[in-house]
Design a protein around this ligand. Structure first.
Ligand code: ATP
Length: 234
């Protein structure tokens, strides 16, 4: 469904991503794990069209999107939940969700999906008129996920959904991610929380300073000594 071939991304003279290749098949949850600064966010931004790669190819359902604009990529069925949530703080919960549907024109479908989001996230329904900037961290994460889902994506990219959340809430968010996947959305999950990510991932890739150094099923990596030592606290 999504294929990354020999991706290179530079910031000036810095080579942030070096020849990275990986793929996500339809229906999978794939995790990309790695420490701070490994290049996880950079890869997501290159995929979603926010950053132009210096080299390589990105294919979405066999179509080359390497040079496609971000809005068009959303229309093609790929949505991203950005790091640190990035909700529109001065807009209400409902306005944020409606903005997520900016690529769509099917009014009835949008209204139906809004109700679906409220069923999935009852907390957002209670707070539909509240300014997004005043939501708690966990609520903002739910809102960012809901907003991305309003684009009706075939594939959802999540950038560190666990960041800054209490363990119980992380559990809740991850179970919602599994649920979204079970209902047919393919997921690419970027995480520093390797334990949680490997727990739900079908497959995972480990990124170190801009290169993929390991790959395997979530289970294989979770039991690998190298991973335990580097990412799972021994
Ligand atoms: P984190 O988990 O801390 O968010 P990450 O794995 O997502 O890290 P990136 O944000 O992709 O890492 O950064 C990869 C590398 O590229 C880092 O060394 C970072 O300093 C560098 N980098 C990121 N954005 C820029 C930029 N706009 N200009 C220059 N260097 C950048």
């Amino acid at each position: 469904m999504l294929k990354i071939e020999n991706l290179n991304v530079r910031y000036g003279v810095i080579e942030a991503i070096k020849d990275v290749s990986f793929e996500i098949k339809q229906g999978e949850i794939v995790a990309l794990i790695g420490a701070n600064g490994a290049g996880k966010t950079t890869i997501l931004h290159a995929i979603s069209g926010l950053l132009k790669p210096a080299g390589g190819k990105i294919l979405l359902e066999d179509k080359d999107i390497t040079k496609t604009g971000a809005d068009k990529i959303v229309m093609m069925g790929l949505a991203q939940v950005p790091e640190r949530r990035r909700v529109f703080a001065e807009q209400t919960v409902e306005e944020n969700l409606e903005l997520g549907a900016f690529t769509r024109k099917d009014k009835e479908g949008i209204a139906k999906d809004l109700e679906m989001i409220y069923t999935r996230f009852p907390r957002l329904k209670e707070r539909r008129k509240q300014l997004a900037g005043t939501l708690s961290g966990g609520e903002q994460q739910m809102l960012a996920m809901g907003r991305a889902l309003m684009a009706k994506p075939k594939i959802l990219l999540l950038d560190e959904p666990s960041m800054g959340l209490a363990p119980l809430l992380v559990k809740e968010i991850f179970s919602i991610i599994e649920d979204i996947n079970n209902q047919g959305t393919t997921v690419l999950l970027v995480e520093q929380n390797a334990k949680m990510a490997l727990g739900i991932a079908d497959r995972a890739y480990v990124l170190e300073t801009g290169e993929i150094v390991l790959t395997g099923t979530g289970e294989e990596l979770a039991s690998s000594d190298a991973i335990k030592k580097a990412y799972l606290g021994g």
